[in-house]
Design a protein around this ligand. Sequence first.
Ligand SMILES: [Zn+2]
Length: 195
Amino acid sequence: MLRTMLTAGLCFSTSIFLAAAVTADDISARARKLHFSSIVVDTHDDTTQRLLDGNFDLTARNADGSIDIPRMRDGNLSAIFFSIWIPSKVTGPEAVKRALEQIDAVREQVSKHPKDLVLTATAAEVREARKQGKLAALMGVEGGHMINSDLAILRSYAALGVRYMTLTHSGNDEWADSSTDKPVHNGLTDFGKEV
Ligand SMILES: [Zn+2]
């Protein structure tokens, strides 16, 4: 106990010393150096729905929204997971259709802007994209309600480039409880465990 307290005390006094010795400008310069020499990955970007709007141009600098190519480059973003998302109340074949529309929209952007974007599936491909000066595009499905309780749909998403899927969004789905909904399945159903 004494040793723990001594260690805690030492850490506390060390952090005070560091706080006094390092100015905000130093931290900013160091953080900047670290950030701009790193592979920076945004694992969840909700811009995908804007891609379905024919008026949104990913290559133009926008005053609103989360991302566009000029600001991704300014911020030294190396890779981005475009989020495939629809409200959790939408389920069944309609949910699959709408998820596929978003996956297609991401793939279309990659086809349209080959100098800026490349669809990637692995860490090695992300590194290669960075070497070539391109932004690595990836996809994540935000909620298991988009597979219509069918593993073949999940495999198809993966084949189209989706690299992760969260179990749920804010509501329960057919096979998993969400932390922000009332429990119905007591966690995962048997199919949920299979997923
Ligand atoms: Zn999201």
